[in-house]
Design a protein around this ligand. Structure first.
Ligand code: GFB
Length: 312
């Protein structure tokens, strides 16, 4: 163990989001104090508010799950929001954390930091070896800057700050808005609504051929707590499930979980995005974490949570 979280005050930034919520649930099983602050308490895009809040809250560690996130269409159509908001949040929290001597900081990135045509599976060292996928380069640049922030504070000030790069995530608390969501929650909702309406078709964006890897947010949270306790290092660490499926195969699995068969139709006016995005999580596995559940089990859990909120 490199860091003992017993008795520590850990700020989960972004606790109302899917990932932050999962980290709060996971940390509740540890002997530490979890602290949170909603947007009404501190606006993370405002530097002075973040400084004031951090000086008062005095966390021992921060899990940086606060971010402006969205699916392919939201990323593609709101480049300023995804670039600027994420840079603001990252730099504000990092600067205030340093000023308050927070020596443990876990930054969260995304698999879209890697080049569009990176060799698969994508290892940590393929970062910055080629051009990014254009639909999400703004978000990717902000997330790459976040990795570099953690590295810079480590290099200049000796801070024990680390970064984890999760693959595409899903689970309880996901965003089900069809314009801004990721594919998995979008398809869960579309199949659910098709079942309710008795519709014969479900529409998918793009061609259905892109390959994606998916990880349940509670599995990510488990891996993050593992890294918080056991990892100290300059390099970021990939966190994936190791399994990739085509968007068509994903739709078929979701159809099975929802219990409704419909004809798949494809909207070619919507982007496919990057053709493949499988992470190489060998470093994490070598450290001793390999706890991802199967995609079907994870989707069953996500669907149960969706039904609990939206009714059967
Ligand atoms: O999950 P998703 O929005 O984002 O889309 P990315 C994945 C694939 O699913 C794309 C297709 O090929 C979409 O065209 N797709 C099919 C759909 N039907 C739908 C649908 O109804 N909704 C959505 N959203 N997609 C994101 C990045 O990329 O991944 C972010 O934009 C972030 O920056 C995130 O990195 C993890 O996997 O393409």
């Amino acid at each position: 163990m490199v860091w003992d979280l017993t008795g520590k005050r850990i700020w989960v930034a972004g606790h109302r989001g899917m990932v932050g919520g999962a980290v709060v649930r996971r940390l509740a099983t540890e002997d530490c104090e979890v602290i949170t602050a909603g947007r009404d308490v501190v606006d993370l895009t405002r530097q002075a508010e973040v400084e004031d809040w951090m000086a008062e809250a005095k966390p021992d560690a921060i899990v940086m799950a606060a971010a402006k996130v969205g699916g392919i269409l939201a990323n593609d159509t709101h480049p300023v929001d995804f670039l600027v908001e994420n840079l603001q949040i990252e730099t504000n929290i990092a600067a205030a954390a340093h000023a308050n001597d927070v020596d443990r900081f876990l930054f969260l990135g995304s698999s879209c930091i890697y080049p569009k045509l990176a060799p698969q599976p994508m290892a940590e060292d393929s970062l910055l070896t080629g051009p990014l996928e254009p639909t999400n380069e703004w978000y990717a640049i902000a997330k790459i800057a976040g990795i570099k922030l953690a590295q810079a504070y480590r290099k200049q000030y000796g801070r024990d700050w680390i970064s984890a790069m999760p693959t595409n995530l899903y689970g309880p608390g996901d965003n089900y808005d069809l314009n801004s969501s990721h594919v998995l929650p979008a398809l869960l909702r579309k199949f659910h609504e098709a079942k309710q309406a008795g519709a014969r078709q479900v529409e998918l964006w793009g061609s259905g051929t892109p390959l994606r890897e998916f990880l349940h947010c509670d599995d990510l949270a488990d891996a993050l707590v593992f890294l918080l306790k056991d990892y100290s290092g300059y390099e970021h660490v990939n966190v994936g499930s190791g399994v990739e499926v085509s968007i068509r195969e994903l739709a078929e699995t979701i159809a099975k979980v929802v219990g409704y068969d419909a004809e798949l139709v494809f909207d070619a006016t919507k982007p496919d995005g990057t053709p493949r995005k499988l992470m190489d999580s060998a470093r994490l596995h070598a450290m001793g974490w390999n706890g991802a559940r199967s995609l079907e089990d994870g989707i069953r859990d996500a669907y149960a949570a969706f039904l609990a909120v939206n009714g059967g």
